[in-house]
Design a protein around this ligand. Structure first.
Ligand code: C2E
Ligand code: CA
Ligand code: CA
Length: 532
């Protein structure tokens, strides 16, 4: 669109400039926080003309101050419809930052409209600060004394100098639309947005993302802990007449996962200051009973906790920034493949690893390792989190148990007696495998009363009867009977057992053994015969 200087002058004289109001929303709650005032020109022929067509013309021709006055007067006059604590932000051109009367102009206009200066933010861009810092400082001091807040607009696009952040007491950092728009598909933009938000947190500045058009962007900004959002997702700039309607609108977005409900007055982890959150995490990290470290994509230590540092025997500081390969060369070949898989996005848990001793005299350790890829806001792997659990003691206990079980089994096997267990009804639950070798019955066949099948027909009934009596009486069992052996014919056996009771005295099990007494029986028989 072609407009010329005469047009702009006429627009100002004829009062054709109008303020429009664009909502600024708190991302966590979706609640309206205020509006940015944006200039529009109601052109008699061209309709609504955007600032890009007339602002620079006004700036270059010394009319921007007048233009601002026209816009702000109307803006403040329409603010009775703006309930507290909603705020207004207004744009000031770099050219206006040469004018020391700017603060008094603003306060006069706000006073006329009855708008409290504590709810007003003045937006300036970095270009206004170049070669003009001392004058801006004076203007800013006045504005701050009046109660106004100060926003650094379009951050990242101008001559972003950290010096300005240090020199001027800004309250708000507005992240330029160009980064926000591309942040969901452009890695660099996302990293820049994340860095600006981080910078804002460190300097205690409120961050406002401009140009939020999609829910995906809003969601990502929320995850990056950006405080405010402004953009078409929440609303376009609209004339003053539409303010009541915008104020009444329901909160924009309240993702369930970020709900801040709960009226117990406690500060949720999301509200906590990042520094506070970091120290909470650091405490967990340091106090964890397992070794923890975080490695970047080049397998360098970004962090390591004391526990893991101790396992390898070097101080924490020695690891930071160094490669795993370099710090634990004896371990690296075994863990490398898992680290590489995790860097491709795979989570791997419970990998056992024997770590050789650091000193020749010592014993090695058994570790259980888990590898978890760490993802950024867009799901890109940015490193691996490794958890190392020392299971040496458990391993030793398990080995010791296995050894003692083996020992016991050998003792049982060498013992001529065959151990068994019965329930309180006399059903066989278990019998040593030598019973199977002796009788040819499988373990399953011996279950319950199955073992009676190999008893001599003359002994079976008597044995059953006696067993029942003894079970009932709860007295120790002692019965003799003959059993058909696989290779040595009928053999006399002696079954003995004692009850095992629970605390109430109730019998829960019987334990005992069967002993081959054939040879003894024969000897006794022979003795008897000799005597006779
Ligand atoms: P700005 O201060 O960065 O204002 C934000 C601009 O982004 C506005 O453009 C707004 O309409 C636009 N915008 C907001 N949300 C979205 C979105 O989701 N998508 C897209 N594509 N755009 C969005 P607008 O109103 O055309 O203003 C352009 C610039 O003109 C402003 O940029 C500001 O630098 C200047 N300006 C506007 N009003 C005034 C004023 O009263 N005084 C001065 N000095 N400058 C003004
Ligand atoms: Ca602005
Ligand atoms: Ca801006």
């Amino acid at each position: 669109m072609l407009v010329d200087l005469i047009d702009v002058r006429r627009a100002i004289d004829n009062d054709e400039l109008e303020p429009c109001f664009q909502p600024v929303v708190e991302l966590h709650t979706g609640l309206l926080a205020g509006f940015e005032v944006l200039a529009r020109w109601k052109h008699p022929q061209h309709g609504l003309v955007l600032p890009e067509n007339f602002i620079s013309l006004a700036e270059e021709n010394g009319m921007i101050g007048l233009l601002m006055q026209r816009i702000l007067r109307k803006a403040f006059l329409s603010t009775p419809v703006l309930p507290a604590p909603l705020e207004l932000s207004v744009n000031v051109s770099p050219a206006q930052l040469h004018d020391l009367s700017l603060p008094s102009q603003i306060s006069k206009l706000a006073e006329e409209g009855g708008f409290p200066l504590e709810r007003l933010s003045v937006e300036i861009t970095e270009s206004g600060l170049i070669n003009n810092l001392e004058r801006v400082k004076k203007i800013v001091r006045k504005l701050k004394n009046m109660g106004c807040k100060l926003d650094l607009d379009d951050f990242g696009t101008g001559y972003s100098s950290l010096r300005y952040l240090q020199a001027i007491p800004f309250d708000v950092l507005k992240i330029d639309r160009s980064f926000v728009i591309s942040m969901t598909d452009k890695r660099e933009s996302r990293k820049i947005v994340a860095a600006i938000i981080g910078l804002g947190h460190s300097l205690d500045l409120i961050t406002v993302a401009e140009g939020v058009e999609t829910e995906e962007q809003a969601e990502m900004l929320l995850r990056l802990d950006c405080k405010m959002g402004q953009g078409w997702l929440y609303g376009r700039p609209l004339p003053a007449g539409r303010i009541p309607q915008m104020v009444e609108t329901e909160p924009w977005m309240r993702p369930a996962s970020y709900s801040m409900d709960g009226n117990d007055g406690t500060v949720s982890s999301l509200e906590a200051l990042p520094a506070q959150r970091l120290s909470q995490l650091q405490a967990i990290y340091d106090g964890a009973p397992v070794g923890l470290c975080f490695l970047d994509c080049n397998l360098r230590y970004v962090s390591i906790n004391q526990r893991l540092a101790d396992m390898s025997g070097a101080p924490v500081a020695a690891y930071l920034g160094r490669k795993v390969e370099e710090m634990v060369p004896q371990v690296f070949p075994a863990v490398e493949q898992y680290l590489r898989r995790a860097l491709k996005g795979e989570a791997i848990h419970g990998v056992e690893f024997f770590r050789p001793a650091n000193d020749p005299g010592e014993r090695g350790a058994t570790n259980l390792l888990s590898y978890q890829p760490a993802l950024d806001e867009a799901g890109e792997v940015i490193g691996v989190s490794v958890v190392v659990t020392d299971i040496t003691e458990r391993k030793r206990a398990e080995d010791a148990l296995r050894e003692s079980e083996e020992h016991l089994r050998r003792m049982v096997d060498l013992n001529p007696e065959i151990p068994w267990a019965m329930d309180s009804e006399g059903n066989n639950l278990d019998v040593n495998s030598r019973w199977a070798e002796l009788t040819g019955l499988t373990k399953e066949q011996t279950h319950n009363l199955g073992w009676l099948a190999v008893l001599h027909p003359e002994d079976a009934e008597g044995t059953m009867k006696k067993l029942r009596e003894e079970l009932r009486a709860g007295k120790p069992i002692d019965i003799e009977y003959r059993v058909k052996s696989v290779d040595r014919g009928w053999r006399w056996m002696r079954l003995r057992g004692t009850p095992s009771t629970e605390s109430s005295g109730k019998i829960v099990r019987w334990y005992g053994s069967v002993e081959d007494i054939e040879d003894r029986k024969r000897m006794e028989e022979a003795l008897r015969k000799n005597r006779a």
